[in-house]
Write a new protein. Structure first.
Length: 571
């Protein structure tokens, strides 16, 4: 056997069990750890999923529209779906962990979009970014909730704004709206948050929020009044126009103030008590009504008037010496069975605190006060306050010669005797009587008679007799004028001594020429013609007298034509 051709045996692999972990397993382990951390991080950052119902989901998009508070995102709209009854939209929102503290009872949700609300424009930034869901946490955190009901409009006041809410009781809302401003000394210090409709059958309870520190000025004696629109009044200074602000004109508004009581001193004002939260105040129609409310005492009275009650309505003033002391509460027409006639009682209230002496309780009771005033001649009358509108007021006056009147009561009202109307009412009655008398004058008959007289005079002036007489008179005047010119030329000394005669003749001729020209132009006014004719005859008579005087002088002194009149002689 050839040893060189024998090949060596191949090596044998030896396997041995290793007790070390391979590094390749680090990769899946690391992937599992990272995935677990990501899962834990995602779960830890997620908050509860909530559902909010809205009337409409206008502008919202699933997966895009965020949930924001103070411009910080706390979630995203996950889905939109209709409610089972198809009346509203249910918006499902996925929130993050930070939103958990906001999702409590009392939280407010709304859709933020461009709108004009409460006198302000809001949500203009959504024109580019799109609408989103806004949230306002509750002021007092309660139980956690995952189901909420959204509102159509954004809240007016944020939860952390200091201040207090007061309740205003009114018969009607008027022009007030949500967001109407509340004024104090012409400063906007609050807003109207809304109103309750539970007692809508009788009154409305308005929620008025006043911000701090102005809420400390709301006392138990404070009066609130409607400051909406424009107030027009006609006073001693002319037309008085009042408007709280342009915002109040558009949205309506409320103002408040504290008027001291008529008999309250400085010490009483210092002891005023601040109003508590949710304190109920009456809402007055205007500032005048609010000021009148500071007078707490009233005396009810009634008067019967025989004249017209046009212009006397509920709320009309009751005055004394021109000052308001009360107002009319009711005006009606009724049948009086005792008198068997239609009567018109006017019921009114007087605030005795406006009258010094009566309001200070000089008399023990109201009966004694009214009886004393009736003994002094207290009477009620109607006075017109405006000739344009016809408005009237009840005026309480003292009549010196008034017949005695005893104290009478009709139910709870004191009966105040009435007298005839004064002022504009009496003037209007006199004017009516004058107009009635003027209407009885037969102006048509007088006009016809005057027209007949003028026609007769006109026909007479156009007749041939008057024209011939005027023509002859014109010829006579011309001859007289020529004679005067000849005398003036040839008789120098005599003409110089007769200036008055020449002036009279010249004036006569001028008037005659004017009259003739007027007649030639067809002017036939009978009255002017008569006056001109009378003046013409008077002047013609003067001229004839002057000529007669000249002739007598020449007859007595013919040498005057050559020598002139002797010195000191008379014509």
């Amino acid at each position: 056997m050839d040893i060189a051709n024998v090949s060596p045996a191949p090596p044998q692999a030896v396997t041995r069990r290793s007790h070390r972990l391979s590094a390749i397993w680090l990769i899946p382990l690391l992937a599992i750890v990272i995935a677990g951390w990501l899962i834990w991080d995602t779960i830890s950052k997620e908050g509860p999923t909530i559902e909010v119902s809205f009337e409409s989901a206008e502008g919202l998009q699933a997966g895009k529209s965020p949930l924001k508070f103070k411009d910080i995102e706390f979630g995203t709209v996950k889905s939109l779906r209709l409610s089972p009854d198809n009346t509203h939209v249910i918006v499902t929102i996925s929130t993050n962990a930070q939103a958990a503290s906001l999702l409590t009872e009392g939280a407010v949700f709304w859709v933020v979009k461009p709108r004009f609300f409460a006198g302000n424009f809001s949500g203009l930034d959504t024109l580019l970014s799109g609408s989103y869901v806004g949230i306002l946490p509750a002021a007092n955190r309660g139980k956690k909730h995952t189901t909420f009901k959204g509102q159509a409009d954004p809240p007016l006041v944020e939860a952390n704004v200091p201040g207090r809410t007061f309740m205003l009781k009114s018969k009607r809302i008027g022009s007030l709206s949500v967001g109407s401003p509340i004024f104090f000394r012409d400063l906007a210090v609050g807003e109207v948050l809304g109103w309750d409709i539970a007692d809508m059958a009788e009154s409305v309870m308005i929620h008025a929020f006043v911000r701090a520190p102005y809420d400390t000025y709301v006392l138990e004696q404070t009066r609130f009044w409607d400051a909406s629109g424009i107030s027009l009044g006609l006073g001693p200074q002319g037309l008085d126009v009042k408007m709280e602000s342009l915002r109040a004109l558009i949205l309506g508004g409320i103002a408040f103030g504290t008027s001291p009581s008529p008999h309250q001193g400085r010490a009483g004002a210092d002891q005023a008590v601040a109003a508590s939260e949710k304190h109920v105040f009456p809402l007055f129609a205007d500032k005048q009504a609010a000021d009148s409310a500071s007078y707490t005492r009233t005396i009810a009275a009634v008067s019967y008037f025989s004249g017209s009650l046009r212009g006397v309505t509920r709320g009309s003033e009751v005055t004394m010496q021109g000052f308001k002391i009360g107002e009319v509460t009711d005006v009606r027409i009724m049948y009086d069975h005792a008198k068997k006639a239609i009567v018109a009682p006017v019921h009114f209230e007087v605030q005795p605190e406006r009258i010094v002496g009566v309001g200070d309780r000089v008399y023990d009771t109201d009966e004694k006060a009214v009886e004393a005033l009736l003994e002094r001649g207290l009477r009620a009358s109607l006075q017109s306050t405006s000739l344009i509108t016809g408005q009237q007021s009840v005026a309480l006056t003292f009549t010196a010669d008034a017949p005695s009147a005893s104290l009478q009561r009709q139910g709870s009202d004191f009966v105040i005797p009435s007298t005839e109307s004064e002022g504009f009412g009496e003037l209007a009655s006199s004017a009516t009587e004058l107009v009635d008398k003027v209407k009885t004058i037969p102006f048509d008959v007088i006009g016809q008679n005057v027209s007949g007289i003028l026609k007769s005079v006109n026909d007479a002036t156009k007749g041939p007799e008057l024209k011939n007489a005027l023509a002859s008179l014109q010829v006579t005047m011309a001859s007289a004028q020529d004679m005067v010119k000849q005398l003036d030329k040839n008789v120098g000394p005599a003409s110089k001594r007769l200036p008055e005669i020449s002036a009279d003749l010249q004036k006569t001729l001028t008037n005659a020429n004017k009259l003739i020209v007027s007649l030639d132009d067809g002017y036939g006014n009978d009255t002017k013609l008569n006056r001109d004719m009378n003046r013409l005859m008077v002047e013609f008579t003067g001229a004839a007298r002057a000529l007669r005087s000249l002739a007598d002088m020449l007859q007595r002194n013919p040498e005057a034509l050559i020598k002139g009149r002797a010195t000191g002689g008379r014509e």
